[in-house]
Each structure stands twice: as structure tokens, then as C-alpha cells.
Design a protein. Structure first.
Lengths: 184, 193, 422
């Protein structure tokens, strides 16, 4: 089903049986309220972020075969090194929504995606779903994306005085070097 | 296996390596050799060591998956009550043995050291599992690569998680060490680099 | 913020209200702070009664809890970052170590998500076996939960009873996968190895004794006067608040919402087996306890049905680009050798895309969000863990409660700190 009436909708894509709604960050709260009240997504499953820095720099061999599975009988489709399509901005914040109805036999899900660059802020959706409180704190702690309007945006998983945002791609994995292994 | 003229078995250590009798002394035997004067206790010290091993109460320091296997040594199948150790004390003041079971991360390192400091001497530490011994599979920014970086460790028990029998083996070897008179780790060595 | 009723076009569900902002921190009211002695106590990360390394900063007015803040992160192991640096195969052993009580549920979510991205078809025997093992894992998780929660409330005996059955479940896992916990038996495409002989008989024996064992636990606890006094009316959570706070699993079902992902979005073969979903309507600790007990019985039913209905056939998919070839062929076929080599060293490649897959773990909705760039390593792995979400509800649960009620309520949330902190 189509969610074309969502305010601030930039793009709607469907892949792997999942609908993703790319929404303008400035109108995120409006869009979420619309989805909660009009479309019935009363449950926020997850709010997470992805860092796409360095996306597409390494050409990756295309996966041979189509959505229907692999087709070994189609030569020339293997090993074509191509770069994945570049992303809009550096960070994507995904909100996974779920429609919970007591006794239902159907779980309708949708993903709301907003794109931001380093330093840009996103409005907090705590007023729409209170679950978002700690989830947004975790995104701040791990990725460094600020949420404006959040009651208490502090570190939650790392130490309070930790510097840096661990899940960013430019943050080193850390640890000790192990002899004879490929990783340093 | 002879160390300083006496066989390890004469010191009371039953777990010498039987399969490789010609191999030279390992780190454990060398340590025992260095403490030759301390090993070989007086009768009173032997009695004290015997009573220490027969009721060495662990501290509840279960962190992650290894904690579940540590709980299962209390269960009826593996029954650590036969060794007098079923009384897991919550207060470190009342505990003798700190079984660090699970991965220690930077945020938890300070509470761990605080608990260790609050324990009264003599105290022993068992690093249970791969994560406590050396960081395990988590070689990253947040996991401490071995708990011996902050507390001196007596026994490392490998496994992910170690079987309850494996942990019992570690505990029994610790008992043997104590019976033989090997002092707790904080007297021999400090923390690792 | 409340929305006027006429703006709502479709009801959310029966008897709902648009949730007010629900704080995850209980604040001491100012008047009380000025007038009385408020004692700030730290239920530190090392505590016998909190499940794992959870820190609760509690402000007490006598025995009453007037302020509460939960601090987590004492077990943050950097799973997500570690998995980004490993190939898809090598990342699988990381998953079970998050929720260390329901280890196979974590593996299942991760492996199912990879299979969804790959578009690979899993043979039915592997699907049914996965379902059987996941249900055994659910029983295991509930047994440990029951033993430790009862222990926290002072009921020490059930611990030995539940761990007796738990050891039998772990014997079954050991028979199948070689190790008691963190089995890593689920492989992308099916199972890692064929099911050994003798497993089904042992499993049948277990299914025969399990309902009797659950009866024993119920005899000890359910209508025990002390247990009722400690758990009835304690830790109340209404259905509205539960949904607003994102609760799922037994916490949601104990508050009256009939929601189970095995029923609502059947994965594996749950639509082909018959089971009930227990729902209780009072929203207190006793109801959540009853949900857990009934779920143990239902899981035993599912395991028995899976034993009857287990199909034969291959245990892993036939796609040689993703799955290791059989070892006998390595001696004779060059392509097999090359494929084996490439799979073990570089790993298979997963097509570009992102996918979110949620399953019903014993704690609730366990979701895995995968983002792949088409390469041999994951670009981003994110686990939506129910314990992280559940701990936000502590402030709501222990409103107007005593310290003892706080212990009971936090225990009933069934949190595992490994999965909370990842």
C-alpha cells in the first residue's frame, strides 16, 4: 500500500517486501504523527542510524543473479566490478514502525528514513513515541547525530566522558594488534 | 616433574602434566620454583590453607554469558556445594574469591577494581572464560583485553563459555595451589602491561 | 501531547489514548525534596538482585521509591562495530553472545536477515529444526529467568528445580551442536551440520517430562501466599503505556495486548503448528510470570509437533556460492575446491540493500537491521533488542513502589544486559 499522503515525503521505495519512506528532516515530526494517527503505526520498533562515509569507494563485484535467485546459466553477469550507487548524504536515520493491533494476524511495517550530514540536527520524535528516548540517546552516543527537542541527550552506552562517536566509519575499531592476523 | 628437588606432587599439586614428562618447566613450575622458600608450609599454615580451600566463598560477579555457566555450577548437577562454595556472597567484604565471568568493558573496569579492592585479604581471582582472560573475540575499543590488566589473576579458565566442569577444574586447581602454599596473585605479580 | 479525538480517523486499537510523553526517569517532586530526607542509593552494577550489570540510581523516602534512573552501558561490547569488520560468516558467532539466554534466537534473526537479502531458499528440514531449537531455547530462557527472578525475591528453591531442566535442554543442544551454549548451529542457508542420530528420541523424552516440571514450578510459586503478596499488584503497566514505551513479548502480553510475532508475521514454520498465545490482563508482575509459565508449556507443545512433523531431506541449501560444498567432493572436483577456498577466505557476497527482520525472542521483538554494500562484510548491523527498550519502562513500573517492589518489577521485565548494551 502506498503512503503518498505523508507530509514531507521525498521518495517511497519498495525492496525486499519492505516499504521505505524517505522524509524531509524538517517535517519528520509531522510525518510521524500522520503515520501514527492516520495510518495506525502506534509502535516504534527501532530508531537507528547508518554512516555511509566511504560508501562506494571500493568497487564491489556485483552479485550475480536477480531478485529471483542465482542464475548460473547467465554468463557475463559475474564479477562485474561496479560501484554501488552513491547515497544522498553521510548519515541515514531509520525509524522502523509497526502497526500493533491486539489479536491481529498481520504485522504492517514501514521504514521512515531521513538523511543528514555531519552537524545537522534532526527533530526528536519523543513526543510522538516515548520509546524514542533512549534510542535517540544511543544514536547520539554512537553516531553523534543531535536530536533537537530531546529532554536529556547524554551518553548512554559509553562512559560519560568518552570522546568520539564509536560507530562512525572514521572511528578505529581499537583493541590490541594480533600477530599474524590480517587486522591490525 | 621435579622443581627445586621436589616433585610437584610432593607439594600437594595433583595436576602436573602427565603426558609430557620430559618437557622443561613451564611458567607455573618456574613460579613455584621461585617461591621455594614459601612452598612447604608449617603445620599451622597447612591447617589454615586447608580451611581456606574448604570454604572459599565466591563473590557474585557475573557479567555476561559465563555468569550463566557459573550459576550452573551451583545447580544440582554440578553442585559446588560439595566444595563448600555454594555461598555466593553479594558483599565483597565477605567474599574470598572473585570469579570474573564475562567480558569487562571500560565502563565496568572501575567498579571491578573497586570490588576487588573492597575484598579482604587473602583473596583470589579466577578469570573465567576467554573474554575475562584476554578479551575473547572482542578486540575493540571498549572491551578490556583481559581482566589481568586491572586485577592480578590467579587462574585463567579458557572457554566461551567454559563448561561448568571446566570452571570446576579451575577452582580445584586453585584449591591445590592454596594447599601447596602458593600465595595469592597479588603477592606474586601485579597487573599485566 | 494529547490530540483531540475528532482529528483521529482510525482507531489505534480498542480503548487507546494517544500517549502523553512518558519519562524514562522518575523525578522526585520538588515539594518532597525540600521537606523530607531523601536518601540517594546506588543499586550498582554489581548487585545480587539486578539482572546482570544494571545500575539503578534510586532516591528513597523511607522505603518508598520516589526517584529512579537506570544507567546502562556496563556491558557495551561494541558488537555492531566488531561485526562490521568480519565477513558475514565470521560475524554469526557474535550474535548469540548478545542475549546470552536466548542465544539461538539472536543467531536466527541474523541468519534469516542475511538469507532475506540473498534471496536464498532454505530447505524445510532446516526450517523445522530451527523452529524446534528456537522453541527449546525459549524454554531455556524462561527457565533461567524463573530461577533467577524467584531467587531475587527470596524464593530460593525454584532455582534448583529450573536448572535441573535447564541442564536437560543444554544436553540436547550439546548433542546437536557440540556445545551447551552459543551453539552457532544456524548457517546461512540452513543448518551447519546434519542432525545426529538419537537427538529426536532424547527430545521426545524431554517433551514428556517438561509439562510435569512446569507443574512443579507452579506448585511452588503460583498460589504461594508470599509470592502473591510480592507480585500481585506490583509493577503495574497499562496496555497504553506498554505500547507507547515500545514493549513487546511477555511484558506486552501481560498487560493485555494479544501480540505475538509468531502469530502476526509467521516466520519459519509457525503457521503450520498449533499453539496458543497466553495473554493476561492485569499488567502486574504476577501476570508476566504467568505468561512465562504458559509460554513454557506452549513451547513444549510446539517442540512435540515439530518432532512429529519434521520433514526429511537436505539440511542446508544447495547454493554452492553461499554454502560450503560437501567434503567428499573436495577430493574430486576442482570447482568445488575453488568454491570452498573462496567461501572460507573471502566469504560470500550479499547483494546491496537494507533489510529489517524481527522475530519473537523470549524477551519480545528482536529485530536485525542489515545494510549491505554488496561486499563480503556487513556495512551496518543493528540489533533492536527488547531489553534495551524494556529498561526504559522501569520508571513507569516502579511509580509509588517500595524498594522490594522495584526488585520484583525490574526482574519481571526479563532483561538481559548483554543484549541491552550490545
Amino acid at each position: 500500500m502506498s503512503y503518498a499522503g505523508t507530509p514531507g515525503l521525498v521518495e517511497e521505495k519498495v525492496a525486499y517486501d519492505e516499504t521505505t519512506l524517505v522524509v524531509d528532516p524538517a517535517r519528520l515530526v509531522e510525518a510521524c504523527e500522520h503515520l501514527r494517527d492516520e495510518e495506525g503505526f502506534c509502535f516504534l520498533s527501532d530508531l537507528s542510524s547508518v554512516d555511509y562515509a566511504g560508501w562506494g569507494e571500493e568497487p564491489v563485484a556485483g552479485y550475480w543473479g536477480g531478485a529471483g535467485g542465482r542464475d548460473l546459466n547467465q554468463p557475463g553477469t559475474w564479477g562485474l566490478a561496479r560501484k554501488p550507487a552513491p547515497k544522498r548524504k553521510r548519515f541515514a536515520v531509520n525509524l522502523h514502525l509497526l502497526c500493533v493491533r491486539s489479536g491481529a494476524r498481520e504485522a504492517r511495517r514501514v521504514r521512515v528514513q531521513v538523511w543528514v550530514d555531519d552537524g545537522e540536527q534532526i527533530p526528536s520524535v519523543v513526543s510522538v513515541w516515548p520509546t524514542a528516548d533512549w534510542l535517540e540517546r544511543e544514536v547520539w552516543d554512537m553516531m553523534g547525530i543531535r536530536f533537537s527537542g530531546h529532554p536529556d541527550l547524554t551518553r548512554i552506552l559509553m562512559d560519560d566522558d568518552w570522546e568520539g562517536f564509536p560507530l562512525r566509519k572514521d572511528y578505529p575499531i581499537g583493541g590490541e594488534p594480533v600477530r599474524f592476523s590480517g587486522e591490525e | 616433574m621435579a622443581v627445586g628437588g621436589k616433585r610437584l606432587a610432593d607439594y600437594g599439586l595433583r595436576s602436573e602434566r602427565l603426558l609430557w614428562p620430559d618437557k622443561g618447566p613451564g611458567v607455573f613450575e618456574q613460579e613455584v620454583d621461585n617461591l621455594e622458600q614459601r612452598v612447604g608450609l608449617t603445620t599451622l599454615a597447612k591447617a589454615v590453607a586447608w580451611s581456606q580451600t574448604k570454604s572459599m566463598w565466591p563473590d557474585t560477579f557475573g557479567l555476561a554469558c559465563c555468569a550463566i555457566e557459573m550459576m550452573s555450577i551451583v545447580s544440582s548437577r554440578y553442585d559446588i556445594a560439595r566444595f563448600g562454595m555454594e555461598a555466593f556472597r553479594a558483599s565483597p567484604r565477605q567474599a574470598d574469591l572473585l570469579i570474573v565471568s564475562g567480558r569487562v568493558v571500560h565502563k565496568m573496569a572501575a567498579p571491578l577494581r573497586q570490588i576487588y579492592d573492597q575484598m579482604l585479604e587473602p583473596k583470589w581471582v579466577i578469570a573465567m572464560g576467554a573474554c575475562a582472560s584476554s578479551g575473547g573475540m572482542f578486540n575493540n575499543y571498549t572491551t578490556l583485553q583481559g581482566v589481568d590488566k586491572i586485577v592480578p589473576v590467579d587462574i585463567h579458565v579458557p572457554g566461551c563459555p567454559p563448561r561448568p566442569e571446566g570452571l570446576m577444574e579451575g577452582i580445584l586447581r586453585l584449591h591445590e595451589k592454596v594447599l601447596a602454599g602458593v600465595p595469592p596473585a597479588y603477592e606474586i605479580r601485579g597487573v599485566a602491561e | 501531547m494529547a490530540i483531540a479525538p475528532e482529528k483521529r480517523k482510525s482507531p489505534i486499537y480498542e480503548g487507546s489514548r494517544i500517549p502523553q510523553p512518558i519519562p524514562s526517569v522518575l523525578q522526585v517532586p520538588e515539594a518532597l525534596r525540600r521537606s523530607d530526607d531523601i536518601l540517594e542509593v546506588n543499586f550498582g552494577p554489581n548487585h545480587p538482585s539486578t539482572h546482570g550489570v544494571l545500575r539503578l540510581i534510586v532516591e528513597l523516602d523511607g522505603e518508598k521509591v520516589v526517584g529512579l534512573r537506570a544507567v546502562v552501558g556496563y556491558l557495551h561490547t561494541g558488537f555492531e562495530k566488531s561485526m562490521e569488520s568480519k565477513t558475514w560468516w565470521k560475524a554469526i558467532p557474535f550474535a548469540p553472545r548478545m542475549d546470552y539466554l536466548a542465544f539461538q534466537a539472536n543467531e536466527l534473526a541474523f541468519v534469516l536477515a542475511i538469507e532475506k537479502l540473498l534471496g536464498i531458499e532454505v530447505p524445510p528440514k532446516a526450517t523445522w529444526m530451527r523452529m524446534l531449537l528456537t522453541e527449546l531455547n525459549r524454554i531455556h530462557s524462561h527457565l533461567v529467568w524463573l530461577g533467577t527472578s524467584a531467587l531475587e525475591l527470596g524464593a530460593i528453591s525454584p532455582f534448583w528445580y529450573t536448572f535441573r531442566e535447564r541442564d536437560r535442554v543444554l544436553d540436547l543442544f550439546e548433542m546437536v551442536a557440540g556445545t551447551r551454549m552459543h551453539t552457532r548451529y544456524f548457517q546461512v542457508g540452513g543448518l551447519a551440520e546434519d542432525i545426529p542420530r538419537g537427538f529426536f528420541d532424547e527430545c521426545r523424552k524431554f517433551c514428556e517430562i517438561m509439562p510435569g516440571a512446569v507443574d512443579e514450578y507452579e506448585q511452588l510459586l503460583t498460589y504461594n501466599e508470599i509470592w502473591l503478596k510480592r507480585t500481585k499488584g506490583v509493577g503495574l503497566l497499562s496496555a497504553d503505556d506498554a505500547l507507547a514505551l515500545g514493549q513487546s513479548g511477555p511484558v506486552l502480553r501481560g498487560s493485555g495486548v494479544d501480540w505475538d510475532l509468531r502469530r502476526a508475521q509467521p516466520y519459519l514454520a509457525y503457521d503450520q503448528v498449533d499453539f496458543d498465545v497466553p495473554v493476561y490482563y492485569n499488567g502486574d508482575v504476577w501476570d508476566r510470570y504467568k505468561v512465562h509459565m504458559d509460554e513454557m508449556r506452549e513451547s513444549t507443545r510446539i517442540v512435540s509437533q515439530a518432532l512429529e512433523g519434521m520433514p526429511g531431506g537436505a539440511w542446508i541449501a544447495d547454493d554452492r556460492k553461499v554454502v560450503l560444498p560437501p567434503r567428499e567432493e573436495l577430493h574430486t572436483s576442482m570447482e568445488t575446491l575453488i568454491h570452498h577456498f573462496k567461501l572460507v577466505t573471502e566469504g560470500f557476497r550479499v547483494p546491496e540493500g537494507e533489510v529489517y527482520l524481527a522475530i519473537e525472542s523470549p524477551r519480545g521483538e528482536f529485530g536485525c537491521y542489515l545494510c549491505s554494500d554488496g561486499g563480503p562484510k556487513p556495512w551496518r548491523v543493528r540489533f533492536r533488542t527488547p531489553s534495551f527498550i524494556a529498561l526504559q519502562a522501569t520508571a513507569t513500573l516502579v511509580r509509588d513502589g517500595l524498594v522490594a517492589d522495584m526488585i520484583a518489577a525490574v526482574g519481571s521485565l526479563d532483561t538481559v544486559m548483554g543484549e541491552c548494551d550490545r
